[in-house]
Design a protein around this ligand. Sequence first.
Ligand SMILES: CC(=O)SCCNC(=O)CCNC(=O)[C@H](O)C(C)(C)COP(=O)(O)OP(=O)(O)OC[C@H]1O[C@@H](n2cnc3c(N)ncnc32)[C@H](O)[C@@H]1OP(=O)(O)O
Ligand SMILES: O=C([O-])CC(=O)C(=O)O
Length: 372
Amino acid sequence: MTVTRGLEGVVATTSSISSIIDDTLTYVGYDIDDLAENATFEEVVYLLWHRELPTKEQLEQLRKQLAENAAVPNEIIEHFKLYPIDKVHPMAALRTAISLLGLYDEEADVMTPEANYRKAIRLQAKIPTIVTAFSRIRKGLEPVAPRQDLTFAANFLYMLTGTEPNEIAVEAFDKALVLHADHELNASTFTARVCVATLSDIYSGITAAIGALKGPLHGGANEAVMKMLTEIGTVENAEPYVRQKLENKEKIMGFGHRVYRKGDPRAKHLKKMSEKLTKLVGEPHWYEMSAKIEEIVTSTKALPPNVDFYSASVYHCLRIDHDLFTPIFAVSRMSGWLAHILEQYENNRLIRPRAEYTGPAKRSYVPIEQRG
Ligand SMILES: CC(=O)SCCNC(=O)CCNC(=O)[C@H](O)C(C)(C)COP(=O)(O)OP(=O)(O)OC[C@H]1O[C@@H](n2cnc3c(N)ncnc32)[C@H](O)[C@@H]1OP(=O)(O)O
Ligand SMILES: O=C([O-])CC(=O)C(=O)O
């Protein structure tokens, strides 16, 4: 047996959803740069689920379906109120809420492609409502009901704050959603596929995926980046802080990637947004600090920033609580997880690799009286 630690370089499935070849990311053949500049998140959701960009009518229909399905059962909201709310991480609350949501979906275990597509719509529609409701409840505020006339991005920000967001915020948030929507066989998507390959249901697959995204080596890195920036505090502190971390062989969050070598193509879009938004809100030091960290890490370790690095300062400027950064990643990545789950069901085979055994050689049972 040859063991490949962390399954690095192992090709575990075929997929027609997204590809990373020579550091270029495409969704169904469209370059991420092209989509980031031109597409809305709803168009990307359609693209990932249907492998074609939508016509105006198809897009309108998807928008309508998402808007009509955005409300969540009241039981989810009431459940949040039972939590030790000041101690619960929003990713844990989200993981639990998605699992709970499955209990209220009469089609949860109906496995036809049509029922699975309907559940995909419901999950994508409801995740912003869940994340924003949790955020408000823990602040002692009532959740804000979704509006049917707003775009997906605008509705998220509206439900979070209770006020209609400005155009700049909506544009930035929408672009961030586009950039995070899918990413080939990343850890959370793989988790989702492993789960549903047992022919378990979509809610189980998404719950498992949220658990995997939560970790700081994956989606949890965006919150960790903001924690680091806050700890550093000033542009002058950036260099000594980072050099010390590297000397101690500690990781700098938001840098490095399993697949990209030259760099993550999504990072430059977020970097541009970070520069613009930090200036706009009068806090340019977040961008300046980030740029300084990038300069040091790339020159000393040749590790480029990944998608999580500049998204931190972007979300901060949108006045989003730092522990909501990873749930926002999940709001976007829901679209990719669902695309992969539906693709897995279409051509399923149980995913079951092997382990090379490294424990003791064969031995005989020793009765308890004779042990010790
Ligand atoms: C959306 C996403 O999931 S993007 C990734 C988000 N995660 C992060 O930003 C966390 C920080 N980054 C990392 O931990 C890693 O780069 C990962 C998890 C993304 C990729 O991990 P792997 O492919 O397993 O690389 P691995 O951790 O083995 O690193 C290889 C080498 O680079 C170093 N390295 C990798 N990332 C970093 C980092 N961020 N800071 C410092 N050193 C690093 C490792 O210490 C290791 O060095 P060594 O060979 O001298 O021991
Ligand atoms: O692909 C990965 O390993 C992690 C990542 O960048 C993502 O999920 O967006």
